[in-house]
Design a protein around this ligand. Structure first.
Ligand SMILES: *Cc1c(COP(=O)(O)O)cnc(C)c1O
Length: 350
């Protein structure tokens, strides 16, 4: 027997006041300038609204992964804030870099030559590799071009820490020493710390910090205020008899006569399939376990015995945070946030 209610998409609520508080809290931990990393649609929170709020709060330097991400922020913020591209100057991006006045963080001699030839005199920054071996010039390359680059007046010289979320890891001090050695005496602003680096202490701060995850409520910033909550509307509630199954593969079998609520949203919306067995939703304050496999667009939830069923069940909110879901899925908060899909209705508060 099925009792049908209204269809709907999951509803993602983004607390912009909490995001602003997180930026201020991170800013207060250093004496230098605090930027804002808004790549991947501001970690799933919506780049236009997030960037505007962070700019109102005081951020002047914004970082995106690729040039394609910069259009929405330039439109939201106008011409003044600096927008840095972490992937540097790729060959197809020249027009966009020029038109939107973006600052590529050049990570190789090839990129450097491309930028200087295509857009002479245009702003740029430099990305150095201090041991992560992901992006950036290595010490030898850098030595060869350092004088030439410095003469062109880079807006920023940066590197990135591989283990900043583990304060005791010896890699942090090694990368710090390498960065100092590669950049000492250079008259240009320097940046080494993302969220984890800010927490490591002042010697990691230099002139500009680049927090991302901490703004959006994730670890390693333990004092971050939660920013994202997610409610999934109940599409249908049905009675399931003892011995009947729920969902693909019949993995869940009712041990007693049960009530199953089917909520809208599934793994296509970033609710990773692997988190199913350990994850509960919340009917107001009451935890209700997922029943069976998470489908692409829907999830069965065992709501047996819940007397007043709300219209929607909470996956992220007061009773369950991003890190809890990350743990259930064997991943990190970054992946939970950036997996949040495009089908949600987004609501901004604060
Ligand atoms: C993603 C990224 C950041 C932000 O890192 P968080 O850990 O989210 O604070 C900073 N710098 C670079 C180079 C990045 O790739």
């Amino acid at each position: 027997m099925a009792n049908t209610s209204l269809m709907g998409t999951g509803s993602l609520t983004i607390d912009l006041a909490a995001m602003a508080d997180n930026w201020r809290a991170l800013d207060n931990m250093s004496a230098c300038e605090t930027g804002a990393v808004v790549k991947a649609d501001s970690y799933g929170t919506g780049i236009g609204r997030a960037a505007r709020r962070l700019a109102q709060t005081g951020a002047r330097k914004f970082f995106v992964a690729v040039a394609q991400e910069a259009g929405d922020i330039r439109q939201a913020l106008g011409p003044d804030p600096e927008i840095y591209i972490l992937s540097g100057h790729m060959s197809g991006d020249t027009d966009m870099i020029a038109d939107l006045n973006l600052i590529p963080l050049l990570s190789s001699i090839d990129q450097m030559l491309r930028h200087f030839e295509a857009l002479p005199g245009a702003p740029f920054g430099i990305q150095l590799d201090t041991g992560m071996n992901r992006l950036g010039m290595e010490a030898g390359e850098w030595e060869a071009v350092r004088a030439l680059v410095v003469a062109q007046g880079p807006r920023l010289i940066m590197s990135h820490l591989a283990c900043a979320d583990e304060p005791e890891h010896p890699m942090n001090a090694q990368q710090l020493a390498a960065f100092v050695q590669m950049t000492d005496g250079i008259d240009a602003p320097r940046s080494l710390a993302a969220t984890g680096g800010i927490l490591l202490g002042p010697e990691y701060h230099f002139d500009v910090t680049r927090p991302g995850i901490g703004l959006y409520g994730g670890l390693p910033f333990v004092d971050a205020k939660p920013v994202v909550s997610l409610a999934l509307p109940i599409i249908q509630v049905r009675d399931v008899l003892e011995g009947e199954s729920v969902g693909y593969g019949n993995t869940w079998i009712a041990q007693r006569d049960s009530q199953i609520a089917t909520v809208s949203s599934g793994y296509a919306d970033g609710i990773l399939r692997v988190m199913g067995p350990k994850t509960k939703l919340y009917a107001n304050a009451r935890p209700v376990p997922i029943a069976g496999r998470i489908s692409m667009d829907s999830i069965g939830v065992d709501v047996t015995g819940v007397s007043e069923l709300p219209n929607a069940l909470d996956l992220l909110g007061r009773y369950q945070d991003v890190e809890a879901l990350a743990q259930n899925a064997g991943t990190i908060g970054y992946e939970i946030l950036t997996s949040l899909g495009a089908r949600y209705t987004r609501r901004y508060t604060g």
